[in-house]
Design a protein around this ligand. Structure first.
Ligand SMILES: Cc1cc2nc3c(=O)[nH]c(=O)nc-3n(C[C@H](O)[C@H](O)[C@H](O)COP(=O)(O)OP(=O)(O)OC[C@H]3O[C@@H](n4cnc5c(N)ncnc54)[C@H](O)[C@@H]3O)c2cc1C
Length: 390
C-alpha cells in the first residue's frame, strides 16, 4: 500500500479502462495526478472483449494501439443469423481508417497494456483506497477515502474524475442523476473452448425468440477460444457447459457446435442509463460512471476510453494554462455521443429480442433487404466502429 499525498492537481477515482486512459493523458501532459482504486489489484476477468476502430485511433495517440493489435484478433466481418440462416452481413474492411476491423482482446489484457503505459509515463495506481465522499467549492475539491484498514484520509485537488464504474460514488456525491432503467432479461457471458463453424475473422450475431446471442473469437493459440454473450429470461448464476451448449444448439441449430470447456462464465443484468450531466463544478465523470448500455455492438468500454482520452487532454491543457472554459466542451461533445450509443444499442437489443413470428419475419426481411444496399452496410459499419464519433 503506497501513501496517498495530501494534494494533487487531479484525482482520478477508479483504475478501469477509463481511469487508466485519463491517467495516461494527464501524466503525458505533465499534470500532478493521483489515481486511486479500491481493489487491491486490477480485475483479471475478460469482460469487454471488443475494441472498435475509433478507440484504436484514440489509443494510437497514446501509443498503445500497435501493442493491442499484437495481442488481439482482427475481425473485419459481422454476420447476422436467424436460426441457421445468415440474413445480413456488415464489413469493416472499407472503412476510412488505419484500423478497418474490430479487435477482439480481453479487457484484462487491455487494462494491463494501459497500466504498463501509465507506469512508463511515470504514473501509478494507488491501491486499495476506497473513495467515500467528494466535497467541493470554487477553489478545489476534497476527496475522502479509507485505506485497507478502514483508516480515513483525504486529498485536496483542483479537479476530480469519477471513473469509478456504474455504481459511481463520485457521481452520487456530486448529486448527478443516472437516468434510465434495467432490461428485464439477464445476460449470460462465457469464455469457452469449442468447435464452432464460422471463420475466426467473423463475429456472429444470432436473433431468436429466446434472445440474442453473440459469438466472437478470442485470442488463443489453439484457435478454439470464443466469447459467448446471450440474453436469457433467467440466467443461472454460473452458467455451465451444458447451459452454453443448450443455448447455442437452440439458437444456431444444425451447426455441429461442440462446447468443450468453459473457462469463465457469469450472469449479469444490463441497464441503459445516462448521467444527467458529465460535470458538476470541478467534478467530471467518464466511462461507466457516465453511461451504461446493452453490450449489443460491444460499445461500453470503447465509449468510456474515448471519454477519458478527451477529458484527460482537456484537463491537461487547462492545467497548463489554457482557459478553463475549454472544459465545457467535454459534456457538450461526449454526452450526445453516449446518448446516441444508448439509443442505438437499445434499438438493436429490442429488435433482436422480438418474440412474435410475424414481427420476426418482417424484421428479417427488412434487415436482409436493407443490408444489401452498400451505403446502408457502410453506414452500419461506420456506426458500430464509432468512427461516426470523430
Ligand atoms: C461481467 C461483465 C461483463 C462485461 N462484458 C462486456 C462486454 O462484453 N462488452 C462491453 O462492451 N462491456 C462489457 N462490460 C462492461 C465493461 O467491462 C465496462 O464498460 C468497462 O469496464 C467500463 O470501464 P470503466 O473504466 O468506466 O469502469 P470499470 O471497469 O467498472 O472500473 C471502475 C473502477 O473503479 C473502481 N472503484 C469503484 N468504486 C470505487 C471507489 N469508491 N473508490 C475507489 N475505486 C473505486 C473499481 O474497483 C474499478 O477498478 C462487462 C462488465 C462486466 C462486469
Amino acid at each position: 500500500m503506497s501513501t496517498v499525498p495530501a494534494t494533487a492537481s487531479v484525482v482520478i477515482v477508479g483504475a478501469g479502462p477509463a481511469g487508466l486512459t485519463a491517467g495516461i493523458a494527464l501524466t503525458d501532459a505533465g499534470a500532478d495526478v493521483v489515481l486511486l482504486d479500491r481493489l487491491a489489484e486490477g480485475a483479471n476477468t475478460s469482460r469487454a472483449a471488443v475494441v472498435h476502430a475509433r478507440t484504436l485511433e484514440v489509443l494510437e495517440e497514446l501509443g498503445v494501439s500497435a501493442e493491442m493489435r499484437e495481442h488481439g484478433i482482427v475481425v473485419p466481418h459481422f454476420v447476422l443469423w436467424d436460426g441457421d440462416k445468415a440474413i445480413a452481413r456488415a464489413s469493416f474492411e472499407h472503412l476510412p481508417t488505419a484500423y478497418p476491423y474490430t479487435l477482439m482482446i480481453g479487457q484484462e489484457t487491455t487494462e494491463a497494456i494501459l497500466l504498463a503505459r501509465l507506469e512508463k509515463a511515470g504514473g501509478r495506481v494507488l491501491r486499495p483506497y476506497e473513495v467515500t465522499e467528494i466535497t467541493g467549492n470554487d477553489t478545489g475539491v476534497t476527496v475522502g477515502y479509507t485505506d485497507a484498514e478502514g483508516n480515513p484520509g483525504s486529498i485536496r485537488a483542483d479537479y476530480v474524475i469519477g471513473a469509478d464504474g456504474m455504481h459511481s460514488r463520485v457521481r452520487e456525491s456530486a448529486g448527478i442523476g443516472f437516468t434510465g432503467a434495467a432490461y428485464p432479461e439477464s445476460f449470460v457471458l462465457a469464455d469457452v473452448h469449442m468447435a464452432w463453424p464460422d471463420p475466426r475473422t467473423q463475429v456472429s450475431l444470432h436473433l431468436s425468440p429466446e434472445g440474442v446471442t453473440v459469438v466472437a473469437p478470442l485470442p488463443d493459440e489453439q484457435g478454439t477460444r470464443y466469447r459467448v454473450v446471450a440474453t436469457v429470461d433467467e440466467a443461472p448464476a454460473e452458467p455451465t457447459l451444458a447451459d452454453i451448449q443448450g443455448i447455442l444448439d437452440a439458437r444456431r441449430p444444425n451447426a455441429g457446435v461442440e462446447v468443450r470447456e468453459v473457462l469463465w462464465s457469469s450472469r449479469f443484468r444490463v441497464h441503459h442509463r445516462l448521467a444527467d450531466h458529465y460535470r458538476a463544478g470541478r467534478v467530471f465523470l467518464a466511462g461507466d460512471a457516465a453511461h451504461v448500455h446493452s453490450p449489443a455492438g460491444g460499445q461500453g468500454m470503447n465509449t468510456g476510453i474515448q471519454d477519458a482520452a478527451l477529458l484527460g487532454s482537456l484537463l491537461g491543457r487547462v492545467l497548463a494554462g489554457s482557459p478553463a472554459s475549454l472544459l465545457d466542451s467535454y459534456e457538450s461533445t461526449r454526452r450526445p455521443i453516449a446518448l446516441g450509443v444508448v439509443t442505438f444499442t437499445d434499438r438493436i437489443t429490442r429488435m433482436a429480442t422480438l418474440r412474435s413470428r410475424p414481427a420476426r419475419a418482417a424484421r428479417n426481411l427488412f434487415l436482409g433487404t436493407v443490408t444489401r444496399i452498400p451505403a446502408v452496410r457502410q453506414a452500419l459499419a461506420y456506426r458500430l466502429s464509432e468512427l461516426a464519433a470523430r
